[in-house]
Design a protein around this ligand. Structure first.
Ligand SMILES: Nc1nc2c(c(=O)[nH]1)N[C@H]1C(S)=C(S)[C@@H](COP(=O)(O)OP(=O)(O)OC[C@H]3O[C@@H](n4cnc5c(=O)[nH]c(N)nc54)[C@H](O)[C@@H]3O)O[C@H]1N2
Ligand SMILES: Nc1nc2c(c(=O)[nH]1)N[C@H]1C(S)=C(S)[C@@H](COP(=O)(O)OP(=O)(O)OC[C@H]3O[C@@H](n4cnc5c(=O)[nH]c(N)nc54)[C@H](O)[C@@H]3O)O[C@H]1N2
Ligand code: SF4
Ligand SMILES: [Mo]
Length: 683
């Protein structure tokens, strides 16, 4: 099952954690990948891909790629390894696992993974099955969109928005807490097309960035105040009689309660919270209230705050207010994964768990789990993730990883900062080497990926690794001795999700991509999966879960010991910490910068371009200062999850971020992070 050729052009899929999930066209010459472009025939990719992935062959053939298993030789943290065979690696892992299970029980084992590869089999397939069967502690995978997804679901029932291809018909775009020129470029392409037909694009953000430069208007607000802004818009829309009563009556519940709630959020009151002038709030609200179709792209940025769940729950109420879900091109997208739900129970097999009540550990609190727990984690198995860089409160994470009585296995393509602390390092294939199935959390196409090259060196996929480990531990052949193709067939079982009907392994093989729901997706209003089947402006479920049943604004929680709020989001040329070790992409980003308002810099006597120390009670990071008006006073922004590189002066910013959880879904609070900035002497 492969499309491996010596010469020619073959189809592939982009495997990274990016909403666009592009179709790729890969040129192979004499058995080597020489060119990667966007698939011109793919209905959403339309031939365009980002610069990062155009250079994916740099990554695949990178001289530092891991090609064989290794065992730690020197002390933890030193990157001192010796080559071993897979046999030796498997034996050592088996011996350690068996001993730890006998002594401390299986909950002393913790998998730590995220979406370094979005392929269903390699991200949430055989690995999940394996750790369920082991009886390991469960990992709450909440580092990315958990708070916002929970918040959005209270309003809309699930991760359900409009088909992004329809957004070309919109006349107004609110790009809200989303840096989509960098993080969702095909939504920017669709909006640019709509703009040619007269659409206006408004960016609502705390940072004037690439997306603000591309948009027609920029609304600069204070971090963590989005719910207040959305309520202010509702206030004006309702006050001025712009709400669509007929739509609300038919498709929503709680309009009158919401109207009463929004009464207090006058533009003047909201201006005081958000920093957005009252006239600008009036203008934005009237434009949104009067324009049809209007579309909101809700990003991940605003939900990495203490109040992120409620912020997104609140914004998600706006399209209903003006009846946008009923109009072609109108509505919103926070995520769309509800449409392509696979048969998760069948692939992950939670039924194999010896104790379904086994504890769950938040991936946002890895530091605490490794250091403080009454029943500690003694074996950590990392794959598809780089927690030493991406997890919050990194000094605690790394202190935990340094524990001598912790046995850490990391499976990756490179010697990441996490590998530095690992006892065994295993080489992973790139997605080009694997059979897998891809869904998108933004567009609606499912894509089959057949391998286009042989595995490099001794690399193994996650699927193969956990299958082989399972069989060595004597696990049931029925569950572990299966092929990738069998698991894809299990995943596509459409009994529980009618949007997948007709999407089979064979059909995907011949079409390359197929759209969930076929050609005619039903209107959002006919499938709303909330308890009431309607859009819930008032949510009884929220009340039961201990929240205000109505949208509301609450301030951020970080004690105000330090003067600045620091936002540390993704940059243009990396995907999280992936690509940060590639020279050409590093060069494009130059170096991490700290954006500060010129008034703040003046007050502190700091100069543009000087290196400063950013610190709080959790850690400190040295970084170069960029002064201007891209952020408001009291706010700082730096972009990119850089690996530690002391020669180049790069330091991972998560030394500063909190392990505190957001208001909903156990989400991360990377951006509700207070710091001080001091001059770095003698540089
Ligand atoms: N190039 C690139 N693309 C990526 C990624 C990457 O690392 N690099 N990562 C991928 C992943 S995993 C994800 S989750 C997405 C993330 O991509 P996005 O959804 O775009 O989310 P972020 O970039 O985290 O934040 C978006 C914006 O929110 C702003 N922001 C921060 N706090 C607030 C606030 O309180 N209110 C408002 N209104 N705005 C705020 C930030 O300044 C930023 O511009 O991108 C994916 N795509
Ligand atoms: N301060 C701050 N921290 C953040 C964020 C932020 O905005 N600010 N963003 C957060 C968000 S939204 C996210 S999604 C997380 C992302 O966190 P992670 O999912 O950990 O993302 P990456 O840093 O890209 O690490 C993925 C790793 O998986 C490896 N990998 C790729 N393919 C495979 C494979 O097939 N098998 C194996 N075994 N490994 C593979 C890659 O080489 C890479 O080292 O980071 C979070 N951390
Ligand atoms: S990273 Fe995103 S935009 Fe770039 S090729 Fe992959 S899916 Fe497309
Ligand atoms: Mo993410």
């Amino acid at each position: 099952m492969s499309t491996i050729v010596q010469n020619g052009t073959v189809r592939s899929v982009c495997p990274f954690d990016c909403p666009d999930t592009c179709g790729l066209s890969v040129t192979i010459e004499e058995g080597k990948i020489t060119k990667i472009t966007g698939d011109a025939a793919h209905p959403v990719t339309r031939g365009a891909i980002c610069n990062k992935v155009r250079q994916l062959n740099d990554r695949v053939y990178h001289p530092e790629r891991l090609l064989y298993p290794m065992r730690r030789k020197g002390p933890k943290g030193n990157m001192d390894f010796e080559r071993i065979t897979w046999e030796e690696a498997y034996d050592e892992i088996n011996i350690r696992m068996t001993a730890i299970i006998a002594k401390d029980g299986p909950q002393a084992i913790l998998p730590y993974s995220f979406y370094g590869n979005m392929g269903v089999l390699n991200a949430e397939g055989m690995d999940r099955r394996f750790f369920h069967r082991v009886g390991a502690s469960r990992l709450d995978r909440t580092i990315c969109n958990a708070a916002g997804s929970a918040g959005y679901a209270y309003t809309m029932g699930g991760s359900i928005g409009i088909d992004p291809e329809e957004t070309v018909h919109a006349k107004l775009f609110l790009i809200w807490g989303c840096n989509l020129v960098s993080t969702n470029m095909h939504q920017a392409m669709l909006a640019t097309e709509a703009r040619k037909n007269g659409a206006t694009i408004i960016h609502i953000d705390v940072h004037r960035n690439r997306t603000s430069a591309w948009a027609d208007q920029f609304i600069h607000l204070r971090p963590g105040t989005d719910a207040a802004l959305a309520l202010g818009m509702m206030h004006v829309i309702i006050r001025d009689g712009l709400a669509d009563q007929a739509f609300l009556e038919q498709h929503a519940i709680g309009y009158h309660e919401l109207a009463a709630q929004a009464l207090a959020y006058t533009p003047e009151y909201v201006a005081g919270i958000t920093g957005v002038p009252a006239e600008q709030i009036e203008e934005l609200s009237r434009l949104y209230g009067k324009t049809t179709p209007s579309f909101i792209r809700i990003g991940n940025g605003l939900q990495h705050h203490d109040n992120g769940g409620m912020a997104i729950r609140t914004i998600a109420c706006l399209p209903a207010l003006t009846g946008q879900w009923g109009v072609r091109g109108g509505g919103a997208i926070k995520g769309n994964s509800w449409y392509s739900r696979l048969n998760a129970d069948q692939i992950e097999r939670p039924d194999l768990m010896p104790d379904p009540g086994v504890r769950t550990i938040s991936m946002n609190q890895l530091g605490d789990a490794l250091l403080d727990s009454a029943s500690p984690v003694n074996l950590l198995f990392v794959y598809n993730s780089n927690p030493a860089v991406v997890a919050p409160d990194q000094n605690r994470v790394r202190k935990g990883l340094m524990r001598n009585d912790l046995f850490t296995v990391t499976h990756d393509l490179f010697l990441t900062d996490t590998c530095k602390y690992s006892d065994i390092v295993l080489p992973a294939t790139s997605h080009f080497e694997n059979l897998d199935l891809y869904t998108s959390y933004w567009h609606l196409y499912l894509q089959l990926h057949e391998p286009i090259m042989e595995p490099m060196g001794e690399c193994k996929s996650n699927f193969t690794l956990f299958k082989e480990l399972g069989l060595r531990l004597g696990f049931e052949h029925e569950a572990f001795d299966i092929t990738e193709e069998q698991m894809i067939r299990e995943a596509l079982d459409s009994k529980h999700n009618s949007f997948l009907s007709g999407i089979t392994f064979e059909a995907l093989q011949s079409h390359s991509w197929m759209k969930a729901g076929g050609k005619s997706l039903p209107a959002v209003t006919s499938v709303i999966p909330t308890p009431s089947g309607r859009i819930e402006l008032y949510s009884e479920q929220m009340l039961q879960d201990g929240y205000s049943p109505l949208p509301t604004h609450s301030p951020l929680k970080e004690p105000e010991i330090y003067p600045f709020l620091l936002m540390t989001g993704p940059n243009h040329s990396f995907i999280n910490s992936t690509f940060a070790n590639q020279e050409r992409l590093q060069k494009l980003e130059k170096e991490p910068l700290l954006h500060m308002h010129s008034g703040d810099a003046e007050a502190l006597g700091l100069l543009d371009g000087e290196r400063v120390k950013v610190r709080n009670g959790r850690g400190e990071v040295e970084i170069r200062l960029r002064i201007g008006s891209d952020v408001l006073p009291g706010v700082l922004v730096t972009q990119g999850l850089w690996w530690d590189d002391h020669r180049k002066g790069h330091q991972a910013v998560n030394a500063l971020t909190p392990q505190r959880l957001a208001d909903m879904g156990g989400g991360a609070t990377f951006f509700s992070n207070r710091v001080a900035v001091v001059r770095l002497k003698a540089t």
